[in-house]
Design a protein around this ligand. Structure first.
Ligand SMILES: Nc1ncnc2c1ncn2[C@@H]1O[C@H](COP(=O)(O)OP(=O)(O)O)[C@@H](O)[C@H]1O
Ligand SMILES: [Mg+2]
Length: 318
């Protein structure tokens, strides 16, 4: 049975999203996958959106919210982005036009932009958009996204619904406000904004649709879930995959981490038996629809380019 990530090597996949709960080895796998592509000569970017990112530790390089070349590698860059920096970018980009339009008919100060910036879904929407801009900038051949733990990733998937619902409500609200002001100021000419609010909002809607279209496009985006061979892992994987399916997102690979290879004592024999039981459940449930890859538990923590390289070799073993 072909059980490695080798299929990812097909062109032209551009974005690889790694999901799963905290502590299962997402960042380790994301790093190994990114390193693999960089070693093939592909200019690769690894992004972490985890509020407690670990790329800096894994690669022993200080990575911040700007693209940073990773020490002891070629073609490999990293970013650790935070919600704050994403919201800041959003405000820089959309703040002035929102203010311009709304202040043309209502008496609001600039805090209003903050208020809109706090709308549900905006942060997630912009996070995705920011990442897609990096993917589409053609600056990189491959972008690997080490997502925040499962709950957060699922929140990202709710984005189109929540965000668009919010926009709809906001549009109605602003249009009512607008007509109210028009009536009120009968005869008084309203200052005309360069763009109407409706145009801005439909621009956002297009953005959201584009983002969702991109992550749904199997030629452009791959989803990999990392899990553990335990009851908890089985349950969580089920939930994540069901949620993904609801959003028409297809998981291609399931990496089962911390698998005990050889048990040379009673303790490890028992653990191995337990793991094999859950591995069997996962196999029955998902293969061949989803490719299942076992990643052995290594004796050491996975830190530094050399050890990450070992994981790449296992994951991409032909
Ligand atoms: N296969 C493995 N063998 C040994 N240690 C591992 C393995 N995979 C991950 N680790 C270690 O487990 C810890 C958690 O992994 P990490 O990738 O940071 O998880 P996550 O990003 O899902 O929270 C790290 O210390 C990492 O070095
Ligand atoms: Mg992590």
């Amino acid at each position: 049975m072909d059980s490695s990530l080798i299929r990812l090597d097909r062109e032209p996949k551009r974005l690889i999203m790694i999901g799963g709960k905290g502590g299962v080895g997402k960042s380790t796998c994301a790093s190994a996958i990114a390193l693999h592509f960089s070693l093939q000569g592909k200019k690769t970017l690894i992004i972490s959106s985890d509020p407690t990112p670990s790329l800096s530790d894994i690669f022993e390089t200080e990575i911040g919210d700007q693209e940073t070349p990773i020490k002891n590698t070629k073609n490999l860059y990293g970013i650790e982005i935070s919600s704050e920096s994403v919201l800041k970018k959003w405000k820089e980009r959309f703040g002035p036009e929102i203010y311009e339009v709304v202040s043309s008919f209502a008496n609001v100060d600039y805090d209003f932009v903050e208020y809109i910036g706090g709308a549900p879904g905006i942060e997630e929407e912009y996070m995705l958009n920011y990442i897609l801009e990096l993917v589409e900038s053609e600056q990189y051949d491959m972008v690997v996204w080490d997502t925040a733990p499962a709950g957060h990733t699922l929140k990202l998937l709710h984005l189109p619904q929540i965000f668009l619902r919010h926009l709809e409500a906001a549009t109605k609200f602003y249009m009512n406000l607008y007509s109210y002001f028009e009536k009120l100021k009968e005869g008084i000419k309203l200052k005309k904004g360069k763009r109407t609010l409706l145009e801005i909002i439909s621009g956002w809607e297009n953005l959201a649709e584009k983002v969702v279209g991109f992550i749904r496009d199997r030629e452009k985006t791959d989803f990999i879930i990392v899990t553990i061979p335990e009851a908890l892992g089985v349950r969580q994987t089920e939930r994540i995959i069901r949620n993904f399916n609801e959003y028409q997102l297809i998981v291609n690979h399931l990496i089962v981490n911390y698998v005990i290879q050889e048990a040379d004592c009673e303790f490890h024999r028992l653990r191995k038996e337990m793991q094999q039981h859950y591995l069997e459940i996962l196999r029955n449930q998902y293969t061949p629809r989803i490719k299942l890859i076992e990643l052995p538990l290594l004796p050491q923590e996975v830190k530094g380019v050399e050890r990450i390289g070992r994981i790449s070799e296992i994951l991409f073993k032909p």
